[in-house]
Design a protein around this ligand. Structure first.
Ligand SMILES: *Cc1c(COP(=O)(O)O)cnc(C)c1O
Length: 212
């Protein structure tokens, strides 16, 4: 069997400072591919669909930390809470409240990131920077004793313009600094080096790992 996955992971590791966590984005890739990354030492994997996450988690080792990175509908919260180590894509107060209710029933604390819309295009979800500022001004997060807001997640504009991407990440970093949140999930296969330069603590990388 070809070992390009382990090879790709080694290349990425050489580019990651010690304080940056790699999340291998395994959505759309088969269980065998995940197992190769696991055998290369990776334990953090990202999925964006509940059904796929459930199917993979059922057959893969229990020490994997699953990251939920896709849009999360409130009717899926019950299944995702507890199964996901970290939910990256929390994009409304109602969703936080729904996660709080389910996590309280399950008697766990669910780690979450707030997704912020930093890209130029309109298609991506998340709080706008303005909505985020309002949210932290008006919400007492200590009321949510079963939700731990660890940080922020964002995706840069879908462009070749490196300067635009740098600006997007810089904005997200400044929001994290302002709010005192530590985890900063930003950077994908094509832009993770810029994200790290701008202060990312967690990169979500799929194709650069799982494509030959
Ligand atoms: C698919 C996906 C990634 C990984 O993208 P690549 O370009 O394959 O590295 C990262 N973050 C999110 C939210 C994704 O949906």
């Amino acid at each position: 069997m070809s070992d390009y996955i382990a090879h790709n992971i080694n290349i990425i590791r050489q580019n990651l400072p010690d304080n940056v966590q790699l999340v291998c984005v395994s959505k759309y890739y088969p269980v065998e591919a995940i197992r190769q990354a696991y055998d290369a030492g990776e334990r953090n994997f990202g999925e964006s669909r509940l059904q796929e996450l459930k199917q993979k988690a059922a057959v893969l080792p229990p020490d994997i930390k699953w990251h939920f990175i896709g849009h999360l509908q409130r009717n899926k919260v019950r299944d995702v809470v507890g199964l996901a180590y970290l939910i990256h894509s929390v994009d409304s107060l109602r969703l936080i409240e729904a996660i709080e209710r389910v996590a309280a029933e399950k008697n766990i604390v669910q780690k979450c990131l707030l997704e912020i819309h930093i890209a130029q295009e309109q298609t991506k979800s998340g709080f706008t920077p303005h909505e985020f500022a309002e949210l932290i001004r008006t919400t007492d997060f200590s009321h949510f004793s079963h939700v731990e807001i660890c940080g922020l997640m964002g995706m840069a504009s879908n462009t070749d313009n490196q300067e635009q991407i740098r600006q997007d990440f810089s904005l997200l970093k400044s929001l994290a600094t302002l709010s005192g949140l530590k985890t900063l999930s930003m950077g994908m296969s094509d832009d993770y080096r810029i994200a790290i330069e701008q202060g990312s603590t967690m990169v979500r990388i799929g194709s650069a790992i799982f494509e030959d």
